[in-house]
Ligand binder design. Structure first.
Ligand code: NAP
Length: 250
């Protein structure tokens, strides 16, 4: 039997992260599940679903904006699974607020989790990927990092940062057998997505903006992520894929 592939998914207790973790387990991956400690019950729920599929799941509690915690998580993951095939940087936060008057601390929190968090998780896992000459890095950005919406300047900046450093990292690690790609979800019905969808008129407007005339589900994001985690995308790197039902066409 072929050796199982292993993947770390951050922010995996619910929403898009949970959908990605479950989908990858269904495809035969052993999964390291990360979230912050307050999501213990939810993360255990995802782990038991994965165990029910006959795959291994390990819990890795860490705030991705805390370097010591992230480094410890990487050590724990590698001890558990022996290697890392893929990482999916999905953990993210959205705190709405107009740029004028936005507290510096809110700017910093959003950048720290969304952009610096992905950077630190990548740094923690890169030595193991380089040593093996293999790796798949998938970063969850957002169409908000391309267009953005009012009250999301800092969120937009954090997601644009992810796309920017992913293109550079792809060039740095490409010769070592490691690919780096970004996925840009559109409007997806999750706890975070609801920020954009509370008002039915706003929800209808977003729905009407999509070519497919619907809001996305977390599971809609999982297939494209699985593609970038797999060897079907072996010659694809530094790319950004919109998964938005047709809102952004560039
Ligand atoms: P979600 O429902 O809010 O889930 C995000 C998960 O990440 C939560 O469990 C959250 O835990 C966790 N998390 C937050 N900060 C963390 C940290 N510092 N360390 C580890 N885990 C942390 O969000 P989602 O909608 O599934 O979004 C997932 C990703 O897709 C995010 O990067 C988001 O920006 C991106 N995205 C979402 C949409 C959308 O419409 N939903 C669109 C474009 C892009 P807590 O709740 O306890 O903080």
């Amino acid at each position: 039997m072929a050796e199982a592939r292993s993947v770390l998914v951050t922010g995996a207790s619910r929403g898009i992260g949970a959908a990605i973790a479950l989908d990858l387990a269904r495809r035969g991956y052993d999964v390291g599940l990360n979230d912050i400690a307050r999501q213990k019950d939810a993360l255990e729920g995802v782990a038991s679903e994965i165990a029910g599929m006959g795959r291994r799941a390990a819990l890795h509690f860490a705030d991705v904006s805390d370097k010591a915690a992230v480094d410890g998580m990487a050590r724990g993951f590698l001890e558990t699974f022996g290697k890392v095939d893929a990482i999916v940087n999905n953990a993210g936060i959205l705190i709405a607020g107009e740029m004028d008057g936005l507290p510096e601390q809110v700017w910093d929190s959003v950048m720290d989790v969304n952009a610096k968090g992905a950077f630190m998780v990548i740094q923690a896992f890169l030595p193991a990927m380089k040593a093996r000459g293999y790796g798949r890095i998938v970063n969850i950005a957002s169409i908000g990092g391309k267009h953005g919406a009012p009250e999301q300047a800092h969120y937009s900046a954090s997601k644009a940062a992810i796309m920017g450093f992913s293109r550079v990292l792809a060039q740095e690690v490409g010769p070592l057998g490691i690919t780096v790609n970004s996925v840009c979800p559109g409007i997806i019905l999750t706890d975070m997505g609801r920020v954009n969808l509370e008002d039915p008129a706003v929800r209808k407007a977003w729905q009407d903006k999509t070519a497919m005339a619907r809001i996305g589900a977390p599971e809609d994001v999982a297939g494209p992520v699985a593609f970038f985690c797999s060897d079907d995308s072996a010659f694809v790197t530094g790319q950004t894929l919109n998964v938005d039902g047709g809102i952004v066409f560039s």
